[in-house]
Design a protein. Structure first.
Length: 134
């Protein structure tokens, strides 16, 4: 039942039927940690697609609380943090995703963007005598 609800929910997400997806994800029992984490992650992705980045962050944080060892949840959380203008936090999430996923890591562009943005922030802070250290 739970895997079927996950698959149906994902199909609804792909069709941009976010409310229907949320309904099916809501049917997943809480004792199925990995499946519940994936469902919450997909709801977070749906919120990001809608442009609701704060809601996306909240969903992805909930997904991480359920399944903290899921590399894809960390990676998607990092992507959302980048979109929210939080490159340091994004870098942490993306580095965790890389550590957890090994050769299956799929967030190379996002990791490079986070690293570049953090370097730029550090350089700007170092060049400005009035700013506090990072």
């Amino acid at each position: 039942r739970d895997p079927a609800c996950l698959e149906i929910g994902i199909a609804y997400l792909k069709a941009s039927s976010f409310d229907a997806a949320e309904e099916f994800f809501g049917r997943i029992s809480f004792n199925q940690q990995r499946i519940r984490g994936k469902a919450l992650m997909n709801l977070g992705i749906a919120e990001a697609v809608r442009g609701n980045l704060a809601a996306a962050s909240a969903r992805l944080e909930a997904a991480l609380a359920v399944d903290p060892s899921a590399a894809d949840i960390h990676g998607n959380y990092g992507k959302v943090l980048l979109l929210r203008g939080q490159p340091r936090q994004a870098l942490d999430a993306l580095q965790t995703a890389r550590q957890l996923s090994g050769p299956e890591f799929g967030f190379h562009a996002e990791l490079a963007a986070a690293q570049r943005q953090v370097r730029e922030l550090d350089a700007a802070a170092a060049a400005s005598p009035m700013s506090p250290p990072p």
